[in-house]
Design a protein around this ligand. Structure first.
Ligand code: DOR
Ligand code: ZN
Length: 341
């Protein structure tokens, strides 16, 4: 039995750091375990320009952590080709994030017509700036469990056909269809996998009472999908890498008649992946998944700093205190078996 694992410090290739006071709260948890993170741009005022990304970057760096934020631009149809070139030249921006309008938290400024962005995709392809997609259609008439598959059929297939050299990350995949799409696509197409989509199915959300703290978007799917996501994560296929999609909301906003989507998993992220890989006899695959495949995809050097994970029980707190408020961490109250030492 493996009781200790020393790996290069991981990167989180999909993270919501937020802004204002909660930024410091999330950063503390993140910098403990991650060297870098791809930082999502869906702030209240979305990060739609290079200038906004630079100022957000500075506000993160001001906290003084040994942590490198990898910034992203929020795609709107007002984004210009010049701004895309500027983003590439900035060196701090590593991708452009596509949110279909209305699909999730702070996405109202997102894209209404994906087709109208094709000239922007072309510019991104030319400049080798990755496109990161929230791959779900936002049409309220489409069943919520079918929205990812529909996005693949309606848009992703065509984007990849039209822009074969565009690097594309299919974020937080939640279906067997998404895994198959990524596996069958070129080496330019990759995906991030969250702990919740690898560990849980929709029963964990809806059976025996509604569990609002397991509610995120894309919503958890049937167990068959979860199994395929898990297999992809532990497969050693370099197209699949770590992106926790930790997205904090106050406990009161989640335990509500219209609860927010988002799971706060940054408190114990690498430990959760260690738990997943260990349970599936794949601890030997954790290092590449967490610190190599993502870096390779984003053309980043490997982190040199190491972290040491040890087998030791840890009970995830029921609540985290934040500013006289509470945030409920993912798997609150449950015991996991790995800790960073
Ligand atoms: O569950 C989610 N929460 N999914 C997203 O895509 C956005 C995120 C958030 O920002 O809260
Ligand atoms: Zn996200």
């Amino acid at each position: 039995m493996i009781n200790e694992l020393i790996i290069n410090k991981p990167d989180d290739m999909h993270l919501h750091l937020r802004e204002g006071e909660i930024l410091g709260f999330v950063l503390k948890d993140t910098a403990r375990q991650f060297a870098r993170a791809i930082v999502m741009p869906n702030l209240n005022t979305p990060v739609t320009t290079v200038a906004l990304a630079e100022s957000y970057y500075e506000s993160i760096k001001d906290y003084g952590y040994n942590f490198e934020p990898l910034m992203t631009l929020y795609l709107t149809d007002a984004l210009s080709k010049t701004e895309i070139r500027k983003a590439k030249d900035s060196k701090i921006i590593h991708g452009v994030k596509l949110y279909p309008a209305g699909v999730t938290t702070n996405s109202k400024n997102g894209i209404v017509s994906v087709d109208s962005c094709f000239d922007l995709f072309e510019e991104m392809e030319k400049n080798d700036l990755p496109l990161l997609v929230h791959g779900e259609v936002s049409d309220p008439k489409v069943d919520i469990f079918d929205r990812e598959k529909m996005f693949i059929d309606k848009y992703l297939t065509r984007i990849c056909e039209n822009f074969p050299s565009l690097r594309l990350v299919f974020e937080h995949i939640s279906t067997k269809d998404a895994v198959e799409f990524v596996v069958n696509s070129s080496s330019k197409v990759a995906a991030t996998i969250t702990p919740q989509h690898a560990m849980l199915s929709r029963n964990d959300l809806l059976s025996g009472g509604v569990k609002p703290h397991n509610y995120c978007l894309p919503v958890l799917k049937r167990e068959i999908h979860q199994k395929v996501i898990l297999e992809a994560a532990i497969s050693g296929n370099s197209k699949f890498f770590l992106g926790i999609d930790s997205a904090p909301h106050l406990t009161s906003e989640k335990e509500s008649a219209c609860g927010c989507a988002g799971i706060y998993s940054a408190k114990t992220a690498i430990e959760l992946y260690a738990e997943i890989f260990d349970k599936n006899d794949a601890l030997d695959k954790l290092s590449d998944f967490s610190n190599k495949f993502g870096a390779d995809f984003y053309n980043l050097p490997y982190n040199e700093e190491k972290i040491r994970l040890i087998r030791k029980e840890y009970q995830i707190p029921q609540q985290l205190e934040f500013n006289n408020n509470q945030i409920t961490p993912f798997l609150a109250g449950q015991t996991i078996h790995w800790q960073i030492s």
